[in-house]
Structure formats: structure tokens, C-alpha cells
Write a protein of this length. Structure first.
Length: 76
């Protein structure tokens, strides 16, 4: 069992784990993918806010560089 996060009260954690337990594998995968996509969009929004002159492609290159330490050249 995963320990309860420090910023989550016991009742909320109980309801969260109960909801997860009711999901089958494909539903859990969908939720995980949606969460990953949401986090990626939030991170891209942060990059765009810090670097407003970046193009959309430049923001994605910056995200990849932050995640993997790989710098992708402008021309690929």
C-alpha cells in the first residue's frame, strides 16, 4: 500500500484509494496517461511563461532538454 502523502488528509486519501481500487487496468492506464499529459501541458505553460519569445517547437525542445539533458538542434 502506498503511504498517504503529507498534504492529503486521511479521509481524502481513503476516498482516493477506494476510487482506484474500483478501476480496472485499462481505466487506471487512461487516468495515468491523462495525468501525464496534464502535467506536460502545465510544464510547457511554465516554460512559455518564463520564455515568452520561444516558438511552440522551441518550448518542446526546452522541455526535452530539461527532462533528458538532450539539446535538440533548431534544424533536424
Amino acid at each position: 500500500m502506498t503511504p498517504r502523502p503529507l498534504d492529503t488528509d486521511a479521509d481524502s486519501w481513503k476516498r482516493h484509494t477506494a476510487a482506484l481500487n474500483r478501476m480496472d487496468g485499462p481505466a487506471r492506464l487512461r487516468v495515468a496517461l491523462e495525468l501525464s499529459e496534464t502535467v506536460r501541458e502545465i510544464r510547457l505553460a511554465g516554460i512559455r511563461a518564463r520564455h515568452p519569445k520561444l516558438t511552440p517547437r522551441g518550448a518542446i525542445r526546452r522541455l526535452i532538454a530539461e527532462d533528458y539533458g538532450v539539446v535538440i538542434p533548431d534544424r533536424v
